[in-house]
Design a protein around this ligand. Structure first.
Ligand SMILES: Nc1ncnc2c1ncn2[C@@H]1O[C@H](COP(=O)(O)OP(=O)(O)OP(=O)(O)O)[C@@H](O)[C@H]1O
Ligand SMILES: [Mg+2]
Length: 379
């Protein structure tokens, strides 16, 4: 017979024992689904029942293909999880079938080490993903200026060089007192020309790609910053030396990093911050994939490049429009920096994410690597 003390101790242990995993899963507010090897729904939590609009008992009779067409990229994702035995995520998945209609979902798939072939899916609505305060600036963030840029480049540049030339001619013949005015015309024409040149990058031109060593790009920009616009900022570099090259355009990537570092330096050197610091990080992240616009294809973007500063954070009123052109909080800013960054990263098939709070703002770029296929084409 068990004595009362032992019984009490056992009861206590029983109470302390962690609750069943399924109970924890069911309490989670995030939709979670477990698929078995045959893509049958082995487990769904309450949030997933609501998300999919089907009860757990209903789902237990179904397979994934009953909800999602078999050519949907979700199947590819699940297969890739099984094949690579690693987590794979997709930030922009849409399903349009009679039983399920979801646009722009974020889905993360992970293997279950105890059960080979089983895949855990964590689903997220587009609106939920937004609520997470992770701003995903997809390609096309700067699309609104594309057409305008082309028009500006064509229609403004020619007459502008005429105006500039005429002012220069006048300069030689006018009264010295009026020369000031011709110089003004010339300088202002140069300023407009510089602005148009910056806008021209927004035009739709295919980019020339090669294998780019991103560490060299970062070093180049760091040197520019330290000898130019950010002499008092402390730089810290945390690089992954085994990183493969980026499949991209070097000059454009320099522009991207330069704009991010310039913003970081401008933020970090605001008065409240006595020790301005910028941290540059690179890394490799398996399983980061993106949709290729206009097709069902998926592109791997495993290269991670981050620029972090210890400035005051992005102002609240700027946040929702961060990557739009002409959005600025700076008295002499043009607000083109991040629009340009978003455009270039979009053209590269990559993604940019932001995390910002007072004292810590980080811009993260996800970029594609050079694959064997492209290397074979003599890249
Ligand atoms: N690292 C950062 N920390 C805080 N705010 C930032 C940061 N980066 C960008 N911002 C905010 O986003 C706005 C837009 O940045 P963007 O680079 O597009 O334009 P800009 O820096 O104002 O002007 P430009 O780059 O054309 O000189 C900035 O004015 C600023 O308010
Ligand atoms: Mg800027």
């Amino acid at each position: 017979m068990i004595n009362p003390v032992t019984r009490a101790a056992l009861a206590l242990r029983e109470r302390r024992r962690a609750p069943d995993m399924a109970q924890i899963m069911s309490a989670l507010p995030v939709p979670v689904v477990l698929l078995d090897t045959d893509n049958r729904f082995r487990f769904v939590n309450h949030a997933a029942e609501q998300f999919l609009g089907i009860s757990a008992s209903g789902l237990s009779q179904l397979r994934l293909r009953d909800l999602v067409p078999e050519d949907n990229p979700l199947f590819l994702l699940v297969e890739q999880v099984r094949k690579s035995d690693a987590s794979v995520s997709d930030h922009d998945l849409s399903v349009d079938s009679p039983r399920l209609n979801k646009q722009g979902m974020a889905v993360q798939g992970s293997p279950l080490p105890e059960e080979p072939g089983a895949v855990v899916l964590v689903l997220q609505d587009a609106s939920a993903a937004r609520a997470l305060d992770r701003q995903l600036a997809f390609r096309g963030a700067a699309r609104s200026v594309t057409g305008m840029a082309a028009i500006l480049a064509h229609e403004v540049k020619n007459p502008l060089s005429g105006i500039r030339g005429a002012a220069q001619l006048l300069e030689t013949s006018v009264d010295p007192r009026d020369r000031e005015l011709t110089v003004l015309i010339r300088d202002e024409a140069d300023r407009i020309r510089a602005l148009v040149d910056r806008m021209e990058v927004f035009g739709e031109k295919p980019i020339m790609r090669t294998a780019v060593n991103i560490h060299r790009v970062l070093e180049h920009v760091r040197k520019l910053a330290q000898s130019g616009f950010a002499p008092h900022v402390r730089f810290q570099e945390i690089y992954d030396p085994s990183l493969p090259p980026v499949w991209g355009n070097r000059d454009q990537l320099v522009q991207v990093i330069l704009n991010l570092v310039k913003n970081a330096a401008e933020a970090a050197t605001q008065e409240e911050q006595p020790n301005p610091e910028i941290i540059l990080t690179t890394g490799f992240q398996h399983g980061m994939r993106l949709a290729v616009p206009g097709s069902r294809a998926r592109l791997d973007v495993p290269l991670l490049v981050a620029v972090r500063d210890n400035g005051p954070g992005i102002p609240d009123d700027i946040r929702p429009h961060l990557f739009e052109p002409f959005v600025t909080s700076k008295p002499s800013g043009s607000g083109l920096g991040l629009a340009l960054v978003a455009k270039i990263i979009g053209d590269h098939g990559g993604l940019i994410e932001v995390d910002s709070r007072p004292g810590r703002t980080e811009f993260r770029l996800h970029l594609p690597v050079l694959t064997d296929e492209e290397a074979d084409f003599g890249a």
